[in-house]
Design a protein. Structure first.
Length: 332
């Protein structure tokens, strides 16, 4: 069995290029003692992969010559582990490759019966959990508060805004382009949307949040974070989920200009990592599954095809071309 793999060829500078990677073909590995052989079916494309291939973050950087790290879902093709059997569908860090042999203990989770792969890798996976814990644990919304979400039409942002609505808050989304803004209001039930590509974000936030922003759920950073900081309400919270506006920066990003408004407004700005919440995964997935089933959370997935398209598909996130959670189907 042939195994196609994308290896990291060099550390990217600026936007990722195909030439940052080598596409190679080897033999599929045989699973060793206690290991399973996984046939990757679907890859998750995540902005954090830009950091993983560039430098040490909360995980060590992928080394030059190593398979590119990626979330994925696959089918067990051979098993030397008593808890995993051939045919099980599993999710984990399976990498940009057709096949991977790995020890499944603590590394692979079985897909719950009856859950579609697309859903398990979006609203009911790490993406949904990020929105759930970021908004509820870090943001701590109260009914009637105003929640502003950047990257609002994306995988995480769209779920965060919809949870804000479920918690009886006003939800305002910031996204790129009229189509995404229309989806936020017409489908996802946001109260308002700001198109940062064609509108003045500061002026629109002033209009839409006359009493200020109680929670700013930030996926973007940069100028949008500055605009939100300037409009923070008394005791406002800034939930730092990510800062994609600067992930391709070639120079260190300047600090937020308006951070001293946190002093004036007695505000709190706090980062978090969804990985710290894995012990509480069942709580989040249970709640999210109920909201998806009842239609209170609308999900959108953007499925591209072909392992050969892995770098191009990851790039879509940074070009704003993804419509919802970006996935890459590599086998049926
Ligand atoms: P996503 O939002 O589905 O896709 C990324 C979106 O970012 C794009 O669709 C684009 O939307 C927007 N974007 C790209 N470049 C931008 C720029 N220069 N300025 C403004 N917006 C830009 O991706 P996701 O997987 O849900 O991730 C969203 C954020 O959450 C990222 O910052 C990610 O690192 C973070 N995250 C954090 C955790 C955690 O544990 N803290 C976990 C998962 C994800 P537009 O078309 O609207 O520009």
């Amino acid at each position: 069995m042939k195994n196609r793999q994308w290896l990291l060829a060099r550390r990217p500078v600026g936007a990722i290029k195909d030439s940052d990677f080598d596409f190679v073909e080897t033999e599929a590995p045989a699973p060793g003692e206690g290991q399973v052989l996984v046939r990757n079916l679907m890859l998750s494309c995540d902005p954090t992969q830009r950091g993983w291939i560039a430098f040490d973050t909360y995980l060590p950087a992928v080394r030059i010559g190593e398979v590119v790290r990626s979330g994925g879902a696959g089918r067990i093709e051979a098993s030397n582990h008593p808890d995993f059997k051939v045919g099980d569908i599993v999710t984990g860090l399976t990498g940009w490759q057709d096949y991977v042999a790995m020890n499944p203990k603590g590394q692979l989770s079985k897909l719950p019966a009856g859950v579609a792969l697309e859903l398990a890798m979006s609203a009911l996976g790490l993406t949904g959990m990020t929105a759930y814990f970021g908004l509820l644990d870090v943001g701590r919304p109260a009914a009637g508060e105003t929640v502003v979400v950047s990257g609002a039409a994306g995988a995480t942002g769209s779920v965060a805004g919809q949870i804000a609505k479920i918690k009886s808050c006003r939800a305002i989304g910031i996204a790129g382009g009229p189509g995404k803004c229309r989806w936020l209001i017409d489908e996802a039930g946001f109260d308002a949307a700001i198109d940062y590509k064609s509108e003045n974000v500061s002026a629109r936030l002033k209009d839409l949040c006359p009493k200020g922003i109680d929670i700013f759920y930030d996926n973007v950073g940069g100028d949008i974070l500055d605009a939100a900081l300037a409009r923070l309400a008394m005791r406002g919270r800034v939930v730092l989920c990510g800062g994609i506006a600067n992930y391709n920066a070639t120079e260190p990003a300047p600090g937020p200009k308006n951070y001293l408004n946190l002093v004036v407004q007695r505000g709190r700005m706090e980062g978090f990592l969804v990985l710290d919440y894995l012990p509480r995964a069942a709580e989040a997935v249970g709640a999210l599954a109920g909201w998806v089933q009842s239609g209170q959370i609308k999900t959108k997935v953007d499925v591209q095809h072909g392992l050969d398209n892995a770098p191009a598909t990851l790039r879509r996130l940074f070009e704003g071309r993804n419509e919802g959670k970006q996935l890459l189907r590599i086998a049926e």
